[in-house]
Design a binder for this molecule. Structure first.
Ligand SMILES: Cc1cc2nc3c(=O)[nH]c(=O)nc-3n(C[C@H](O)[C@H](O)[C@H](O)COP(=O)(O)O)c2cc1C
Length: 232
């Protein structure tokens, strides 16, 4: 009985040692706090670190004069999207993206595009998100989010995008908690954060039936390898 218990514990330890920590980063920008509220609701449902992007100049009124400044910022980006000088300045960020496997971006829509401030962040860091799971949540008053998705894919071209984006607008904002919950289910969030991060296990995760680590695979007998029982 004792030996069986030991065997079980070793097998579980061997299995656990193959799973990488799957940290999630939620990165967002918010001018009138709708995206901030979405972030708060999302992080009440998942475990994640949070990064808020802020423009250097926090006094600007993007909506003033018929949204003139918002329009001007997007026009500058659209005229020269590969030029760093086209993007509005943001505060420095101190997040190490290599610590994260999944990144959920929450952004407002401006004139059907991604808000200029979030574009700056993704222009600067999108290349470091290659191969990571990318989730996109967009908040608008009513406009559809297709062009925001296009902006995101231009700025994070090698992201491993979830199969569905989430659009929250004026008419469904009050239901955001259930919308987020359904979206997490639809993208198989739990599955992604555990299974896709399985590392190739180290050759040393081989045990005998007494739970002792073996330095190499036995030529014959019964042993545990990568959490599986092998009979040779
Ligand atoms: C400069 C600017 C342009 C906008 N353009 C649009 C638009 O074209 N269509 C739309 O439905 N909402 C538009 N909005 C509204 C925002 O997308 C919406 O209020 C969003 O929820 C804001 O998120 P936030 O509160 O996190 O900043 C615009 C807002 C701003 C500031």
């Amino acid at each position: 009985m004792e030996r069986k218990a030991m065997f079980f514990i070793c097998a579980m330890l061997a299995l656990l040692s193959t799973v990488a920590p799957a940290k999630t980063l939620v990165v967002y920008y918010s001018y009138t706090n709708n995206c901030h509220d979405i972030m708060t609701t999302l992080t009440s449902q998942i475990t994640a670190d949070v990064l808020r992007i802020q423009p250097v100049d926090k006094t600007l009124k993007y909506e003033a004069n018929g949204y003139a400044l918002g329009t001007q910022l997007l026009n500058a980006i659209n005229a020269a999207p590969n030029n760093a000088a086209s993007y509005p300045a943001i505060d420095p960020v101190s997040i190490t993206l290599s610590d994260y496997q999944t990144i959920i971006i929450i952004t407002p829509l401006w004139w059907s595009q991604m808000a200029a401030i979030m574009q700056t962040y993704l222009f600067n860091y999108g290349s470091q998100m290659a191969g990571k799971n990318i989730g996109l949540i967009v908040s608008s008053a009513h406009s559809n989010i297709n062009k925001v998705v296009t902006d995101c894919k231009r700025l994070v071209p090698n992201g491993n995008y979830f199969n569905k984006n989430l659009w929250i607008n004026n008419s469904n904002r009050s239901e955001r908690s259930s919308l987020i919950q359904s979206w997490l289910t639809d993208i198989n969030y739990q599955h992604t954060s555990s299974i896709s991060n399985v590392r190739v296990s180290a050759p040393s995760s081989i045990y005998d039936l007494n739970g002792h680590i073996l330095t190499q695979e036995p030529l014959k007998g019964i042993f545990i390898k990568d959490g599986k029982k092998i009979i040779k």
